[in-house]
Design a protein around this ligand. Structure first.
Ligand code: TXA
Ligand code: MG
Length: 343
């Protein structure tokens, strides 16, 4: 299959949106940008189309997909027993990087969307391209991140093409995404509501809106993998070489690099700007020190870039836990599988 990469330019975009919407309506897949990461979209009511998403990604069929909607009012159409908290969250955070798990209305979505669960994740994304596609197609769009299962989520159209070329008909290229890590997943069917995957909307932001929120550091997100035994879950978002976490301290990183190179290892470094003089074989500057939001936008691109090197080991600098930093650390911990270099 030929993959069309369609760059949005302002002028003539109506045709591009119409083409993309037509593909969706005919059961095809369209990759599109959101404010978090690129999604791989299909008509959420079309079972064959949704099955194609799992095939293109190599995703286990028991890991449910998020359904993207163009207005908050659609919650009523797709969910039942909607708690007041859902409306409050939609009012406060939509469009935005928050996925709400609610009870699905039976018989609306293709069975594969919810992977047999009676709940569904709904999200109204805050990206003009995603919103325009939802509006033009008029469909609820099931869309996981547009990466091959196990790879970091794509934050630009080139990442999507690297994983999906030849497997999907159409990529809407809206440039790099802003936030760079996936939405917060909030389960509103449990009491109190629970964060299943941390993201840019944090527990501290949710509490003033809906009250108590459960947030364990061991958030249960199954990522691209099928839900598995705890302890087996930190095995994705991974580049080919092993990732080790290290504090963003010039002295510590220099020492670690010197020791590793002394053992004959080639070292790639993911660290904030200003860490170019550590002696590492590759350095991918990733945001600024003490500014986790600047790291989140670049993290996945840097993890992917490491796969383009011959590194034997990747050192990745940790970030502050505050704000979106907690979500960044969640992804870094998964990439590293808990491996940390301590001085
Ligand atoms: O930012 C995002 O959320 C991106 C963009 C494209 O919207 N999408 C995304 O989708 O990250 P995906 O499929 O890669 O991650 C969806 C996560 C998975 O961890 C899945 O297990 C969880 O949401 N999820 C989906 N439906 C669920 C449900 N009914 N109950 C519990 N978890 C659910
Ligand atoms: Mg994903």
């Amino acid at each position: 299959m030929d993959t069309v990469m369609s760059q949005l330019k302002g002028e003539g975009d109506e045709t591009r949106f119409r083409d993309a919407a037509k593909i969706l309506k005919n059961g095809g897949l369209v990759a599109f940008p959101t404010e978090t990461v690129y999604g791989l979209g299909a008509d959420a009511t079309n079972e064959e189309a949704v099955a194609d998403i799992y095939r293109a990604k190599g995703r286990p069929s028991d890991n449910p997909l998020i359904v993207h909607i163009g207005t908050a009012a659609e919650i009523e159409r797709y969910a039942e027993e909607v708690p007041e908290s859902a409306w409050k969250c939609a009012e406060a955070f939509w469009p935005g990087p928050l996925t709400l798990i609610v009870h699905a209305k039976p018989g609306v979505f293709a069975p594969s969307v919810t992977a047999g669960l009676d709940t569904v994740g709904l999200r109204m994304p805050a990206h003009p391209v995603a919103l325009e596609l939802l509006k033009t197609s008029g469909l609820p769009v099931a869309a996981p991140s547009a990466n091959t299962s196990g790879k970091p989520s794509p934050t630009c159209a080139e990442h999507v093409a690297a994983d999906m070329e030849g497997k999907i008909p159409y990529i809407l290229d809206g440039g790099p995404t802003g936030i760079g890590i996936e939405s917060t997943v909030l389960d509103l069917t449990s009491e109190p509501p629970a964060i299943l995957r941390p993201g840019a909307v944090t527990a501290d932001m949710l509490r003033p809106v809906i009250g108590e929120v459960n947030h364990s550091a061991e958030a249960a997100d199954a990522g691209e993998e099928a839900p598995r035994a705890p302890g087996m879950k930190y095995t994705h978002y991974s580049p080919d070489a092993p990732v080790w976490l290290i504090e963003p301290d010039l002295g510590q990183i220099r020492n670690a690099v010197t020791r590793l190179r002394g053992e004959g290892k080639r070292v790639a470094l993911i660290a904030p700007e200003g860490f170019g003089e550590t002696g590492s074989d590759w350095y991918f500057p990733t945001g600024r020190l003490n500014d986790p939001a600047s790291v989140s936008g670049k993290l996945y691109a840097s993890l992917r870039a490491c796969d383009g090197t011959d590194a034997d080991i990747i050192l990745a600098a940790t970030v502050d836990d505050a704000g979106i930093g907690g979500a960044v650390m969640n992804r870094l911990n998964k990439a590293a599988g808990g491996r940390t270099i301590r001085s």
